[in-house]
Design a protein around this ligand. Structure first.
Ligand code: KIV
Length: 277
């Protein structure tokens, strides 16, 4: 049975087993109402550290804290009943070593009720991933363009072009070998993503990668067109919520200024005569 047909709550082993089947559908969510909408259609809901840029106006994901991830993780948990819930480990909460990673990942799992954590890094994180997995913490890995390394990369450019593809391939092999149950491939060439998907035993989840990946993920606000000024090449907009909201707010402002809102149907009458409380 494909993972999408399952009515049971999805687990990391169920997602791992979906490799090569019907593509695994993933989106981010950061709040309860959006989590409910996403849960109705997706197999994985990720509380991404993109929350820092999307909801908090931060310039990158580097300023996101463990407390922020836990707060949003708890909110999303209340909206998810079928999809697998994964929460991102923020910058600085796991890179020091396996002990730090375990301490913080265990806190994230205990306080949010998520079933897995995601962390960025390939070969350099393999020991940490193996340590977490051996202690009951399912890990979704994330390689290619890893936004927490924006300063080291010098920007958000495509990773793994030409000979650099070998580096990404080594990362993919390392996280699969370490026991990650799936791996996000972000912003790498189509042919490299397809090669990795063919070679490794765990599902690949693409974002700016390839239709050949075992699944796809997008930031929910990006695919809903919530921002009028941001559209990376790898995002397809399925709605224009930003433009719709802009029109609605402009209409409200105009009606308030013209005393057209509130109208009679939005205000309350006084008590009928002789009925004063
Ligand atoms: O933080 C995030 O939202 C992510 C996904 C886009 C993969 O890491």
């Amino acid at each position: 049975m494909s993972v999408s047909a399952s009515t049971k709550a999805l687990t990391p082993p169920a997602i791992a087993k979906a490799k090569g089947g019907t593509p695994i559908v993933c989106l981010t969510a950061y709040t309860t109402p959006v989590a409910k909408l996403v849960d109705a259609h997706c197999d994985v809901v990720l509380v991404g550290d993109s929350v820092g840029m999307v909801l908090h106006g931060l310039p990158s994901t580097l300023g996101v804290t463990l407390d922020m991830m836990i707060l949003h993780g708890k909110a999303v948990r209340r909206g998810v009943s079928r999809a697998l819930l994964a929460v991102d480990m923020p910058f600085g909460s796991y890179e020091e070593g396996p002990d730090q990673a375990f301490r913080n990942a265990a806190r994230v799992m205990a306080e949010t009720g998520c079933a897995a954590v995601k962390l960025e890094g390939g070969v350099a994180m393999a020991e940490t991933i193996a340590f977490l997995v051996a202690r009951g913490i399912p890990v979704m890995a994330h390689i290619g363009l890893t936004p927490q390394s924006v300063n080291a990369f010098g920007g958000y450019g495509v990773q793994g072009r030409g000979a650099d593809g070998e580096r990404i391939l080594r990362d993919a092999r390392a996280v699969a070998q370490a026991g990650a149950f799936s791996v996000v491939l972000e912003k790498i060439p189509d042919n490299l993503a397809a090669r990795i998907t063919k070679e490794i035993s765990i599902p690949t989840i693409g974002i700016g990668a390839s239709a050949a990946c075992d699944g796809q993920i997008l930031v929910v606000d990006d695919m809903l067109g919530a921002f009028t000024d941001f559209q990376p090449k790898f995002v397809k907009r399925y709605a224009e919520l930003g433009a719709t909201a802009d029109r609605a707010i402009a209409a409200y402002a105009a009606e308030v200024r013209a005393r057209k809102f509130p109208a009679a149907e939005h205000v309350f009458g006084d008590l009928p005569k002789g009925n004063a409380a």
